[in-house]
Ligand binder design. Structure first.
Ligand SMILES: Cc1ncc(COP(=O)(O)O)c(C=O)c1O
Length: 424
């Protein structure tokens, strides 16, 4: 039916398409699988036979396994909520742990709820959309939410000094400056200079006024002993006030845990709307998460060693095969500092054309065009997994660079631009 709303929605969607921003289609058929090179299941836990049997065995011992009983706030704690939070406190050496049904609702809850009206939030310019959603709901003034250049200590320092100089409540320790960063960036795969970030905060901000929050979503299962994350790898647990670990990536499950102080946990339970007014995780999901952490404790270091070996193998193969390709056509996004990460952003001049080609070749690639990523940084985001094989990775590198060679040749004889445009 033709309604005012349907016309408004169609208008917005066609404007989006005319700006060469793809209309996302979740219903397009899946590419036949040529190995997982795109999911965030870094340790391949979703297909780990040991985890599958541990999960099924644990599940079979439960009487109630299906569904959830509603909001945790209303229905109270299930035995599994209590058990998983205690497991998280032990595993991550944290004083308190609070489960959320997703990382999105956790970031939303933390940033909408904790900062008080006179506080400031200084955040990395590339933090996740869920943090932006939380900040927008917070009581802080819009002018007190300040972004710094991605992973730049120089820029962080400038922002801190400017906030400290403009508002006496931060030097007197009566209000809080929140600093929000991702330990591994979800799109770029680069690692935050956490030690320098903490040194800068320690140097400039009185300790009563500092609150550092680190989103460890893409470091969970990847760094630190048994995948405890970057904060743990660097021994910085006591310096980070709030940590977020999500379960939908390296843990192969869903949900998230906030690691923080007992007081902050109580405050969130009482005021975080994204915890209070939503259904809590179902029991089978809590069991899956708990079993995944058991597998990490037992085999995590071995899986991570395999993952890191494959990351180095892939990086070397890619560097070799990309050498003859003009960087304007395809290149690996340069990274500054170790450690190596399993996220490889392949910058490409025609991401949608490459996506179409890769899907025909059986790869479930998704293009990341502008404005998902900044202009000039359009890409295909490739992830290496512990369950990949060297053959699989090499085959993919060959398929990828064959496209780049053909594209370069066609562009040089004048047909490439037409091909590019036809895919936009
Ligand atoms: C950095 C980061 N934080 C938070 C989230 C949200 O996590 P979840 O998928 O559990 O909602 C994501 C996932 O998209 C992420 O990449």
């Amino acid at each position: 039916m033709d309604t005012a709303l349907s016309r408004a929605l169609s208008r917005v969607l066609s404007t989006r398409a005319s700006k060469a921003t793809p209309i996302i289609d979740l219903d397009k058929p899946h590419a036949p699988c040529s190995g997982d090179l795109f999911s965030n299941d870094y340790l391949s836990l979703t297909s780990n036979p040991g985890l599958k049997s541990h999960f099924l065995e644990t599940l079979s011992k439960q009487t109630n396994v299906l569904g959830s009983t509603g909001s945790r706030w209303i229905a109270g704690n299930s035995e599994w909520h209590v058990a998983l939070e205690q497991q998280m406190m032990r595993f991550f050496s944290a004083p308190a742990a609070l489960l959320y049904s997703s990382g999105f609702t956790a970031n939303l809850g933390i940033l909408a709820t904790l900062p008080q009206a006179s506080d400031a939030i200084i955040f990395d310019e590339r933090i996740h959309a869920s943090c932006h959603a939380g900040m927008a709901l917070s009581r802080t003034l819009p002018a007190a939410r300040i972004q710094f250049t991605h992973n730049s200590i120089h820029s962080l320092r400038k922002c801190l000094v400017s906030v400290l100089d403009s508002c006496p409540q931060f030097r007197s320790g009566t209000s809080t400056i929140f600093v929000v960063v991702e330990s591994v960036h979800s799109m770029d795969g680069d690692v935050a200079p956490l030690e320098e970030i903490i040194a800068t905060i320690d140097e400039l901000v009185p300790s009563q006024s500092a609150h550092l929050m680190v989103d460890e979503s893409h470091a969970t299962g990847v760094y630190g002993s048994a995948g405890r994350g970057l904060v743990s790898l660097l021994g910085l647990e006591s310096k980070v006030h709030t940590r977020l670990h999500t379960f939908g990536k390296g843990i192969g499950s869903s949900g998230a845990v906030v690691l923080t102080t007992p007081l902050t946990r109580t405050y969130l339970i009482n005021y975080s709307r994204s915890l209070i007014f939503t259904t809590s995780a179902p029991i089978f999901s809590l069991i899956a998460t708990s079993c995944a952490f058991d597998v990490l404790e037992a085999n995590g270091d071995r899986l991570i060693a395999r993952l890191m070996h494959l990351c180095r193998f892939f990086a070397d193969a890619l560097a070799l095969h990309l050498r003859p390709i003009p960087s304007a056509v395809m290149s690996l996004m340069p990274r500054t500092t170790p450690p190596i990460s399993p996220i490889f952003p392949i910058l490409v001049c025609a991401p949608l054309a490459l996506e179409t080609y890769l899907r025909r070749e059986g790869y479930a690639a998704t293009a990341m065009p502008h404005p998902v990523v900044p202009r000039g940084k359009e890409r295909i985001r490739v992830c290496v997994h512990a369950g990949n094989t060297e053959d699989e990775l090499l085959r993919f590198v060959r398929v990828l660079t064959l496209w780049a060679k053909n594209y370069t040749a066609e562009t040089q004889d004048g047909r490439g631009t037409a091909m590019h445009k036809s895919h936009l």
